[in-house]
Design a binder for this molecule. Structure first.
Ligand code: CA
Length: 246
């Protein structure tokens, strides 16, 4: 029954499709735009036009990424995200939310549910493709490095050694508090990914209720000051949170 809402369109031009994407969108024009531009990148696209169909499909077959419109009839995108992340089988699949302008509150909820990123309508196809590729790259990177305990993260001028609790910028060791170090490590480990203040509090302080959004801002200000001329590596995402430049 739900299956009738979804149709699979295989990429017939190239036999070697690398990534399987589930695109959840109810507007025909946008479906077509997304499908066309992602297939052109050699991706294999499955379309779902309801949230119910999306959850169903994601449980039946493995996808590398789900592009999820938040404004869907009946079951909305946030509910879809909630269900995907609550199911062990679908929880690891990265989700990029597609949202309307001014919906920062929904974006915050979605990120806290476990979505990886979001795109705001109207978006350029170039930006959309770049975001999809970035999330796929990050996701693959995470899989590759599993099991490797001692790791050094390099991002532009930053070098972080997680084991030794050391961070260097332009070769100079940073004098960071334990909290600042963990904040920098957490964000640098997933460049481009937006963290909400609540996620930062949860990961750094175990969700301690005495830690306020304001104190997260204070830590970011302090960390930026210590990064000196590279302060802009930590970007503020208005109404949502913070990220490290991709
Ligand atoms: Ca929609």
């Amino acid at each position: 029954m739900l299956q009738t809402h979804a149709k699979t369109i295989m990429n017939q031009t190239t036999g070697s499709t690398r990534y399987k994407l589930l695109v959840v969108e109810d507007e025909a024009d946008l479906q077509e735009l997304l499908r066309f531009n992602l297939e052109r990148e050699g991706m294999n696209i499955t379309l779902a036009d309801t949230g119910e169909a999306a959850v169903d499909l994601a449980r039946q077959q493995p996808f590398d990424l789900i592009l999820l419109d938040l404004m869907l009839p009946r079951m909305d995108g946030l509910e879809v995200c909630r269900r995907l992340k609550a199911d062990e089988a679908t929880a690891p699949v990265p989700v990029i939310m597609v949202t309307a302008k001014g919906e920062e509150a929904d974006v915050v909820i979605g990120l806290e549910l476990g979505a990886d990123d979001y795109i705001t309508k109207p978006f350029s196809t170039r930006e959309m493709v770049a975001r999809v590729k970035a999330v796929l790259r990050r996701s693959r990177f995470r899989h590759d490095e599993s099991g490797d305990a001692s790791e050094t993260i390099m991002l532009g001028p930053i070098e972080i050694n997680a084991d030794r609790h050391e961070a260097h910028v332009d070769g100079e060791r940073l004098d960071l508090t334990a909290t600042e170090f963990r904040l920098l490590l957490m964000m640098t480990d997933r460049p481009g990914r937006v963290f909400t203040r609540q996620q930062i509090i949860e990961r750094l302080h175990g969700g301690h209720t005495a830690v306020t959004d304001r104190s997260v801002d204070v830590q970011v200000v302090s960390l930026r000051r210590k990064l000196g001329k590279h302060a802009d590596l930590i970007q503020t995402v208005r109404g949502v949170g913070y990220r490290v430049k991709d």
